[in-house]
Ligand binder design. Structure first.
Ligand code: UTP
Ligand code: MN
Length: 506
């Protein structure tokens, strides 16, 4: 295929050239640049835009019909065409009639020369697929961190079926199979349309044969016999019941199932040994399996913010996890604590916990101190960025007692939960403390979703030779840590388009 030719003259009405930059008049009105943000990142794009305008170039956004030169960094021609379409450029319809698709090398040479240099073959990005193919081709990227996944989507029945299969595989200890279903579901969540026919799946990444069969059953019969079989099975139902106890994982639940236990009452009858966490989990089973609503999460965050601020002025508390992604309810409340002066945050969490305890706010808590240190060695980096997403921050897992008096949050005296109406509710709260230099990494790592995080780490490693975890980003070849003052900067280091929290529901 030939390189994309330049559109020399446009048959459209000439439009007044907008002021490119107040201090710098447009010197090349026949050239209108568009910079592709994908992989370049917003900050670098802004910098290059200012540079170009200072040299008298006109820069407009992808929607503009005046664009003559599209400049991208690190994308293929096909990717640029897709990006342009997604960003509202309708002038790429027939290959050959749109703007020139150029590599950054043309831009840098032009900036050095102080004028648009002649376009040579080496500057041009090749478009290999036909425009219809590019459009029809789902536009779904392979890694969840390259896709925008909103909270509500168009394929809920299909994703619920696939997620049941993923959960069942997880209960069997088949993590690879589980991940296959999770990834397939995640791709469907990112689609802008509702899948109606199995043919629409062709070209989509991460949809394996088994997932495809489930989807086909769902589309043809409105249900999947296999999924229904799982949902009705004794083992699945029992595993679900037991793993919903705070502190009980697949291994423990599986052992109890093997021992013939089937109900929560069975645990008592058989005097099953439970650790402290599990005892608390069983005691508050009903509350802990009632979704936490956003106002409840916000009320708890506010209590903690107020006490943190009192104990250490300047300390901040951020609501993270699903609530930061816009969820209206969740299974717990995740709070990230920091202080703008590095090191000041140390010791704060135990004081917060002490105060909450003294006010009868905590029904259970278990703390762990910070065990993080920067490792120089690559292998150790690997360990600290294990696929489980475990980190080494100072942390506290707790069960919070939230009073429900209107407008007032309180702990309250007495251990017994009074009456059927219940004047308080047990809520799982996770506290994490990060020093401010690690805050953006912790924020990114704890916002989720789990699948988004898993793919961020996988993408970093496989595509960028970097290890990402909730503490840091490490370049394995350069053997250096890349610092970041915001989540945006981390995406930029990774050459990824920034995805806001509300679109990380992968
Ligand atoms: P959660 O399990 O709380 O999930 O972990 P969630 O997305 O908030 O969903 P619900 O509504 O509570 O069920 C929040 C995020 O924190 C990270 C994970 O990436 C997860 O997405 N996390 C959690 C860790 O990094 N380490 C952990 O040990 C636990
Ligand atoms: Mn959560």
């Amino acid at each position: 295929m030939l390189p994309h030719p330049v559109k020399k003259k446009r048959p459209r009405e000439p439009k007044p050239t907008p002021p490119a930059d107040p201090g710098h008049p447009v010197r090349f009105p026949e050239v209108v640049l568009c910079l592709v943000e994908k992989r370049m990142g917003a900050t670098r794009k802004a910098f290059l835009t200012t540079l170009a305008r200072s040299k008298g170039f006109c820069v407009e956004d992808a929607k503009s019909e005046r664009v003559t030169h599209v400049v991208s960094e690190g994308n293929s021609g096909d990717e640029v065409v897709k990006w342009l379409k997604r960003n509202g450029n309708c002038y790429m319809d027939a290959v050959g009639s749109g703007p020139a698709l150029l590599d950054l090398s043309w831009f840098t040479e032009s900036m050095s020369a102080g004028r648009p240099v002649e376009i040579k073959r080496k500057h041009c990005l090749e478009v290999t697929a036909h425009a219809e193919k590019l459009e029809g081709d789902s536009q779904v990227a392979a890694y969840a961190c390259q896709r925008r996944t909103p909270l509500t989507h168009n394929n809920a029945a299909l994703t619920e079926a696939l997620e049941t299969m993923a959960e069942e595989a997880h209960f069997c200890g088949s993590e690879v199979r589980s991940l296959g279903f999770t990834r397939a579901a995640s791709v469907l969540k990112a689609l802008s349309w509702a899948v109606r026919r199995v043919q629409e799946l062709s070209g989509l990444p991460c949809i394996g044969e088994h997932s495809k069969r489930i989807i086909q059953e769902m589309l043809e019969d409105g249900m999947s016999a296999e999924v229904e079989g799982v949902r009705q099975s004794d083992r699945y139902q029992t595993m679900k019941l037991f793993t919903k106890i705070f502190g009980v994982g697949v291994k423990t639940a599986s052992r109890w199932y093997q021992e013939g236990l089937r109900t929560l009452a069975d645990l008592q009858v058989h005097r099953t040994k439970l650790n402290k966490e599990q005892q608390a989990g069983l005691l508050h089973y009903k509350d802990l399996n009632t979704p936490v609503e956003r106002p409840e999460a916000e009320a708890i965050a506010q209590v903690v913010q107020e006490v943190a601020e009192q104990l250490l002025p300047g300390a901040s508390v951020t609501l993270i996890g699903g609530f930061r992604r816009g969820k209206r309810s969740g299974h717990d409340v995740d709070l990230l604590i920091t202080h703008p002066a590095e090191g000041q945050e140390a010791g704060l969490l135990s004081k917060i916990i002490g105060w909450l305890e003294s006010q009868d706010f905590l029904l259970y808590h278990s703390s762990r101190r910070n065990t993080f240190q920067y490792f120089e060695e690559e292998e150790e980096q690997e360990i600290s960025s294990s696929a489980s997403g475990m980190d080494r921050f100072e942390r506290c897992l707790s069960i919070f007692r939230l009073g429900n008096c209107p407008g007032a949050v309180q702990g309250g005296a007495g251990a017994q939960k009074p009456g059927a109406s219940g004047s308080w509710k047990a809520i799982r709260v996770d506290f994490v403390v990060a020093p401010c230099s690690q805050f953006p990494f912790a924020l990114l790592g704890w916002t989720g979703s789990k699948n988004f995080e898993r793919d961020l780490r996988r993408f970093s490693k496989q595509e960028k030779k970097m290890t990402l975890n909730s503490h840091s980003l490490y370049h394995m070849e350069q053997k250096t840590f890349l610092s970041a003052a915001s989540e945006e900067e981390i995406f930029q280091h990774l050459g990824l388009e920034y995805i806001p929290p509300e679109e990380r529901n992968a």
